[in-house]
Design a protein around this ligand. Structure first.
Ligand code: SF4
Ligand code: SF4
Length: 373
């Protein structure tokens, strides 16, 4: 349980990845319990209720509670940390392209996490490249246990094994799986499907939450129903489905590019949360920032060529420079706008107009499009 003073006083259930708004009185009470270590005797019944609901916990997490201060507005809830450019795969659809060797020093990562925690952050997404290729990954992993945040490792799964999985100080592992065996291996390399699935199984057996990320490509269009059955059956918590952007290595593989009408329908697949969505009245990325391997701070990883600043200036200073985009500013006027929130702004830009429609999302929300598959 993590007390967070966001736009409204809130409680974040780190293990369940659920955020609750509470009123001022409840917030003050919880703050007293969490930070001062005590409560009045007449509050015993309420405490018992909170314990039974998992809102309070007696289990020591071995961490120091961050001082509760008001977050900036909009609040920064999700931090995507691209800790390294290195990767052990050469996926044909990778938006990054051929990997360099840049990586964030551990000391810088720790500073960024400290500041994110003070800013009332909720969830950190550790990614790359392949994050486990970071030269000092295990040293960084040791530091992670000191943060009360929800830590998610986004990996291709290849470096996970039965010996190291239980040493990871993360609550969730997200593995990229881009289809059933044939279509996944065709894009990621022979034998990688089995290894990715093995990583999922190991993480589940170790009691971690697991999620899956899937990119839509011409080879996997017939796989989605079966993938859904597979992932639900295994107990996958969240399944993110997206369309790769034609940048990086994908630009050298034009055969992988799908038209919005063809690919967009598959965006209806997937389940669980997602950190890209905006908030009421705002477009995507309202509560998200990305820290790049060179220390740049950008709206999201796709905007690496337009960083808002550098971590050496401080995360909060960079965050305050990123202007949230209102739905009223973009050219979306359809009924689904509050649900879709204009889709992905970067994709809209690639389609010709950063303030235009994300035609892939339009296809996903189109009533005429019928059932995917
Ligand atoms: S531009 Fe696309 S990738 Fe970036 S935050 Fe928005 S939805 Fe996510
Ligand atoms: S469905 Fe299309 S028009 Fe509607 S909000 Fe999404 S991107 Fe905009």
């Amino acid at each position: 349980m993590l007390l967070r003073w966001l736009e409204r006083p809130s409680v974040y259930h780190v293990d369940n990845d659920e955020l609750y708004e509470v009123d001022d009185q409840a917030f003050e009470f919880l703050k007293r319990c969490a930070l001062k270590g005590g409560s009045a005797p007449e509050e015993g019944e309420f405490i018992a209720y909170c314990l039974s609901e998992g809102l309070l916990t007696e289990r020591p997490r071995g961490v120091t509670a961050a001082p509760v201060r008001k977050s900036p507005e909009p609040s920064l809830r999700f931090l995507e940390l691209l800790i390294t450019e290195r990767c052990n795969l050469r996926c044909r659809h990778c938006y990054i392209g051929d990997p360099g060797a840049e990586e964030l020093p551990v000391a810088d990562i720790v500073e960024v996490l400290d500041e994110f925690n003070r800013m009332q952050g909720l969830k950190v997404l550790i990614t790359g490249g392949e994050p486990m290729m970071h030269g000092r990954f295990w040293e960084l992993n040791d530091f992670l246990s000191g943060y009360p945040l929800r830590k998610v490792l986004l990996s291709n799964g290849l470096l996970l094994n039965s010996r190291n999985i239980r040493d990871l100080n993360v609550e969730e592992i997200q593995v990229s799986i881009d289809g059933l065996e044939a279509s996944h291996d065709a894009i990621r390399g022979g034998g990688t499907f089995k290894r990715a699935m093995r990583a999922l199984t190991l993480a589940l057996d170790a009691g971690m939450d697991v999620s899956v990320s899937t990119m839509i490509h011409p080879g996997n269009l017939g796989d989605f129903d079966e993938m859904e059955r597979l992932f639900r059956g295994m107990g996958v918590k969240e399944w993110t489905v997206d369309v790769p952007c034609p940048t990086g290595r994908m630009a050298d593989n034009p055969g992988l590019v799908l038209e919005p009408e063809r690919a967009g329908r598959f965006l209806r697949y997937g389940f669980g949360g997602g950190f890209h969505s905006g908030g009421e009245g705002f477009a995507c990325g309202l509560h998200l920032v990305s820290v790049l391997p060179d220390g740049g701070v950008a709206r999201c990883a796709f905007y690496s060529d337009r960083a808002a600043g550098h971590i050496s200036e401080g995360l909060e200073r960079c965050w305050r420079r990123i202007r949230p985009l209102r739905l009223s500013e973009i050219g979306c006027d359809c009924e689904a706008v509050e649900e879709c929130r204009g889709g992905c702004r970067y994709r809209a830009e690639l389609l010709g107009d950063p303030m235009g429609k994300d035609l892939f999302r339009c296809a996903a929300f189109s009533r005429e499009a019928g059932t995917p598959g």
